[in-house]
Ligand binder design. Structure first.
Ligand code: MSS
Length: 363
């Protein structure tokens, strides 16, 4: 076995027992620590940093942090103090890394070997991006993308384009995006992008740029490596390139969170979480025989909107034996999780129900 890794300083406030620490910059929530809540407690939420976290001095005077907005009729630098006077909304949305489920790819996709825990459902509070952009006269003609840049100091001696966290999303995301300064009703922790984060509900984690410093409405996608060749779906063995699908809208997905290894002889409650990315869910089914027969599960707790996840439960009578428990969600447009996976070089976007199941013994 491996030595248990301790939490790095910037994440010392996290609940160590709820996390699998893959590295200083990557940690995921244990499947068993996801729980039955509609919102993931902040101290259990996964972390994924492409660069070291900025110094904590950037959250010393939060309202003074400024973000430069360009590619609008009246470009402007706005402080969080300014943004707070413009409007406020709260949106629940799933934050999920593009590589969540990477550990299930048999070709050994390189990168953090995330199981199911590089995801959580978070309450984000901030100003709708649309409100800000309208106040600045709207996007310039010909704008097709929203390009957000992270505020990390870049390492010396490297071409900035190869390391900067700068992501472009299609302009259609403007209708739901927000500039968030709170998470789960407290000031946005530095760990999760404080003082200010671009939140794009229903889009993969990478598009939710932390410590956002610059927002540009652009005709083209940025040529930063993380956009141009990174986070692209391509066949195993292929290099990333701008003509391949980018990790934008998330697909429909679910997984079981309990029971995990053993269950009781008799009645058991099977729990899990399900979400549809940018689309609401129509339902989720559970199978205890590896997908031969299915039954509808029941959603638990309040519906926090289309971008939130829905915890679910289904009762099952289990006698002694071994069970493969799997779940399969369907969104309101009728998209269901596939049984298998789409193998791809970096192990992105896995939503196959078979790999995400659990094997449970009843004795
Ligand atoms: N932002 C910045 N600025 N930086 C970095 O690094 N990362 C990404 C996002 N954003 C970053 C950013 C990713 S990649 C992810 S997932 C996310 O974030 C995470 O989050 P948290 O809060 O959890 O840590 Mo994959 O798709």
């Amino acid at each position: 076995g491996e030595e248990p890794k301790s939490l790095p300083d910037y994440a010392a406030w996290k609940d160590r027992s709820a996390l699998i620490v893959h590295s200083t910059n990557t940690m995921e929530t244990h499947r068993g620590a996801i729980g039955q809540g509609v919102v993931t407690p902040s101290d259990r939420l996964f972390i994924r940093n492409n660069l070291p976290t900025p110094d904590k001095s950037i959250v010393a005077d939060r309202d003074a942090w400024d973000v430069n907005i360009e590619g609008v009729k009246t470009p402007k630098k706005l402080t969080i103090g300014d943004l707070k006077t413009m409007g406020v909304t709260t949106v629940a949305s799933v934050l999920q890394c593009s590589g969540n489920g990477r550990a299930f790819f048999p070709h050994g996709a390189s990168g953090t070997q995330w199981s199911v825990g590089a995801a959580g459902c978070v309450l984000w509070t901030g100003v709708p991006l649309k409100t800000v952009v309208e106040a600045l006269g709207g996007p310039v003609d010909g704008a097709r993308y929203i390009t957000s840049t992270g505020g990390e100091a870049l390492p010396d001696g490297l071409d900035p384009k190869t390391v900067v966290v700068e992501r472009s999303v299609p302009l259609r995301a403007m209708d739901s995006a927000l500039l968030a300064w709170e998470m789960n009703d407290t000031a946005l922790p530095l760990t999760h992008g404080g003082p200010l984060r671009m939140v794009v509900p229903g889009y993969y984690g990478v598009n939710n740029v932390k410590y956002v410093k610059n927002i540009a409405f652009t005709e083209n996608q940025t040529d930063a490596k993380i956009q141009a060749s990174g986070y692209r779906i391509r066949d195993v063995g292929q290099k990333g390139a701008p003509d391949q699908p980018s990790m934008w809208e998330m697909n429909v997905k679910s997984w079981v969170t309990a029971p995990l290894e053993t269950a009781q002889n008799g009645r058991n409650m099977i729990y899990g979480v399900a979400f549809g990315g940018t689309k609401a869910l129509s339902g989720v089914e559970v199978s205890t025989d590896g997908g031969k027969t299915w039954k509808s599960a029941r959603f638990l707790g309040p519906d926090l909107g289309p971008y939130a996840w829905r915890p679910f439960v289904m009762a099952a009578e289990l006698s002694p034996g071994e069970y493969r428990i799997v779940s399969r969600a369907t969104d309101v447009e009728g998209n269901s999780q596939p049984e298998g996976r789409k193998d791809n070089e970096r192990g992105y976007g896995h939503n196959g129900w078979s790999d995400h199941g659990v094997t449970v013994t009843v004795s």
